[in-house]
Design a protein around this ligand. Structure first.
Ligand SMILES: [Zn+2]
Length: 303
């Protein structure tokens, strides 16, 4: 009679792909999560799929970064190659790709820099090129996380024009400027070298603004809208769920590190807390949850 219960189908597992060979480097602030080189990805994809997790989202750490983030739209780039490897090994695993520039730019910002600031419009072309290169490599869905104005529209047009009208877009629609991202930036090596992302991410104090951001992304053609982070933004997830008919995703980020750290100190019951947090995100209205806990949670669900 429980109103909300979790299932492996709820989860999308984030995977960090890096260059090199034989690399499986644990992310210090995210125990149990790794940066993995391309030769390790096939085995990991098989494991994820065999656990019953239907989907992954890929983040890339390129060998070289430059001002214009060329690695992001290189057809032989880490993410593009990882997509091909996964699709050859486990074609059933649904592959979503993060579309952003910050992992690929030397300055760590989500777009190109002009006059010391992120330039919105020139960034749109690069994001469209990046999304297209992912679709060509076989990505099932693309997920723009940059928060530039007009990027969903630019990506949709590019995908439609180049023969990928059925590749959906999951937009990071309500993405807050959050301290919960600290561990992720370590994982993706994408900490900005100057300034911060507050000019293009949302103020944590704003609730109604989230609905305006989500409405814009849906108008531009987003198929799924995402709220990020998740745990401190359950009200936003709930508002978005109530206001729109499209599927809602929630990205649980630094909560992972908090739980893992407290568990290492013996201060909390990790297993119960993981399930409670994930249940609350689903109860708030998320149809899918991007979480580093996905593998832990599925093992608990299956035990
Ligand atoms: Zn970014």
């Amino acid at each position: 009679m429980r109103e909300t219960s979790l299932s492996p189908d709820d989860f999308i597992y984030p995977v960090f792909v890096t260059h090199g060979k034989g690399v499986r480097k644990e992310i210090p602030s995210m125990p149990g999560c790794f940066q993995e080189s391309l030769d390790k990805i096939a085995g990991h994809a098989k494991e994820i799929h065999s656990l019953g997790i239907p989907s992954v989202i890929l983040f890339g750490i390129p060998q070289k970064k430059d001002e214009i983030g060329s690695g992001a739209y290189d057809n032989q780039g880490v993410v593009q190659t990882a997509i091909r490897v996964i699709k050859e090994t486990v074609p059933e695993l649904y592959v979503i790709t993060d579309v952003c520039m910050c992992e690929y730019t030397s300055h760590g910002h989500c777009g190109v820099i002009e006059q010391g600031d992120v330039a919105n419009d020139p960034t749109l072309d690069l994001l469209a090129k990046e999304a297209l290169s992912h679709a060509r490599a076989g990505a099932d869905m693309v997920a723009p996380s940059d928060m530039m104005d007009g990027r969903v529209d630019a990506i949709r047009l590019a995908l439609d024009d180049e023969g990928f009208p059925s590749v959906p877009i999951m937009a990071y629609a309500a993405k807050y400027a959050s301290a919960f991202y600290g561990p992720f930036r370590e994982a993706a090596e994408s900490t900005p070298q100057f300034g911060d992302r507050r000019s293009y991410q949302m103020d944590p104090g704003n609730r109604r603004e989230a609905l305006r951001e989500v409405a814009l992304d849906i108008e531009e053609g987003a198929d799924i809208v995402m709220v990020k982070p998740a745990l401190s933004y359950l009200d936003i997830i709930s508002d978005v769920r109530d206001a729109f008919d499209v599927p809602v995703a929630a990205y649980s980020v630094g909560e992972y590190s908090l739980v893992k750290a407290a568990a290492q100190l013996g201060w909390i019951d990790e297993q119960r807390l993981v399930m409670e947090i994930l249940t609350s995100i689903k109860r708030a209205g998320a149809d899918m949850i991007l979480t580093y806990f996905a593998k832990d949670a599925v093992k608990l669900l299956n035990s």
